[in-house]
Design a protein around this ligand. Structure first.
Ligand SMILES: C[S@@+](CC[C@H](N)C(=O)[O-])C[C@H]1O[C@@H](n2cnc3c(N)ncnc32)[C@H](O)[C@@H]1O
Length: 398
């Protein structure tokens, strides 16, 4: 790779920075509106990012070869549809990317966004982005590439769109084909820290009441008599006889369906469930979302939540197979590793995002989780940069 200069817009904690510097790039400008992100970035990369992109003139940004950005996804106003591209994108952060491209005309552009961008606003958002980038003089694929770390052995399910652009006078982006046969197996063990090496590990452990609650739900799963483990959410307040005075049609059909399934499960396990509910209600956590269970870990003769990973969600305790984690998100509450009876640590989240061990997350833990949940996966950013530069083919993911 030739040395090159890049800019890191909406830089967060520098997923793109990690990827591009590992390819020999030099970061000449970064910006993020969030002060904590800027501090983490400065502490790790010795470069203080600027703030709000909307307040920065393109002329104040140094020349560069590559523009990188994981920009927040926003709708384009309907009013703009009739008025043309500029009115369509004005007021959105994509507009700021466009004005910088117009001014600097870098050779390459690498953008990342949520998967929903491809279908957002009935495909209109993507069409506007595509046509606008093309109009600015870039070649790009007609559809964005959708890719997730778990496709290539990194145990996080995080489908994101990657938009690769090359200036028309330089070349084209080759059609990207990645098939199921190329997928690699994942194991959550590959990113876990040894418990002994985690400072203040008690902080990550779930509470004794939570352990008891999971034991209770395990007992439920292991003792109910049914052909299959429930594929529907188990709502403990619906594990009862139907109330003849309640008009179920007041609920949407999906909810009626779940209520009836919970009732059927109850009717065929009445004695066990009655006794179980008496004990479950003695646990102080057994209310609201924790009194609901979503078993999404497939059919097995010996269901055991401790062997899987689970999340505390508003819809219930959601149990997933222990091969890969659900996407990190910009909130504090991470997945719980059943076998360890604890939450993921910031270091493990950094590993899920393929940040190197040298990366220092924010010392304020809520911020660290949020920032890592927002970041782009470093290995994926690096791979798509190489693909965009024409240096690798789709089957060369390392
Ligand atoms: C999806 S995150 C990008 C994360 C980044 N790619 C990384 O690897 O950490 C989007 C970022 O855009 C930032 N942002 C939102 N509005 C902004 C603005 N007007 N100017 C600069 N940054 C902005 C947010 O603070 C957030 O960190």
């Amino acid at each position: 790779m030739q040395p090159f200069r890049f800019i890191d817009l909406f830089c967060g904690i520098g997923g793109f920075h990690q990827a591009m510097t590992s390819l020999g790039g030099e970061c000449v400008f970064a910006c993020d509106i969030d002060e904590d992100c800027r501090k983490t970035y400065a502490a790790n990369y010795d470069l203080v990012p600027a703030g709000d992109i909307t307040k920065i003139a393109a002329a104040d940004i140094p020349p560069h070869d590559v523009l990188c950005g994981g920009f927040p996804c926003q709708s384009f106003s309907k009013a703009g549809h009739r008025l043309g591209f500029d009115d369509l994108t004005k007021g959105t952060l994509f507009f700021d990317i466009c004005r910088i491209l117009e001014y600097h005309r870098p050779k390459y552009v690498l953008l990342e966004n949520v998967r929903n961008l491809a279908s957002h606003d009935h495909g209109n958002t993507w069409r506007v982005i595509h046509d606008k980038l093309e109009g600015l003089g870039y070649n790009l694929l007609s559809q964005p590439v959708i890719f997730s770390p778990h496709y290539v052995g990194i145990p996080q399910h995080r489908e994101r769109v990657f938009i690769m652009c090359v200036r028309k006078d330089i070349g084209k982006i080759a059609p990207f084909v990645f098939t199921k046969a190329q997928m690699k197996p994942c194991s959550i063990e590959s990113i876990l820290q040894d418990d002994e090496e985690i400072p203040g590990i008690d902080h990550y452990h779930i509470s004794p009441e939570m352990v008891n609650l999971i034991d209770l739900w395990n007992e439920f799963l292991q003792n109910i008599k049914a052909d299959r483990l429930p594929g529907f959410p188990i709502w403990s307040d619906r594990l009862c006889d139907l109330n003849p005075h309640e008009d179920l049609t007041q609920y949407p059909v999906w909810k009626q369906n779940f209520i009836r399934k919970n009732n059927a499960l109850y009717v065929s396990n009445r004695a066990f469930i009655d006794a179980w509910l008496i004990r479950a209600k003695q646990n102080p956590l057994f209310f609201g979302a924790k009194a609901k269970l979503e078993w999404q870990a497939g059919q097995t003769a010996h269901p055991d939540i401790w062997q899987q990973i689970f999340q505390l969600r508003p819809s219930g305790i959601r149990v997933k197979v222990n091969t890969y984690f659900p996407a990190l998100v910009a909130i504090v509450q991470t997945s719980i590793i059943g076998s360890r009876r604890r939450f993921l640590t910031p270091r493990e989240c950094a590993r899920l995002q393929s940040f190197p061990e040298s990366f220092q997350p924010d010392v304020k833990q809520p911020q660290a989780y949020k920032q890592l949940g927002n970041a782009v996966n470093v290995k994926l950013a690096k791979f798509f940069a190489l693909y965009m530069f024409g240096e690798v083919s789709a089957d060369a993911f390392d």
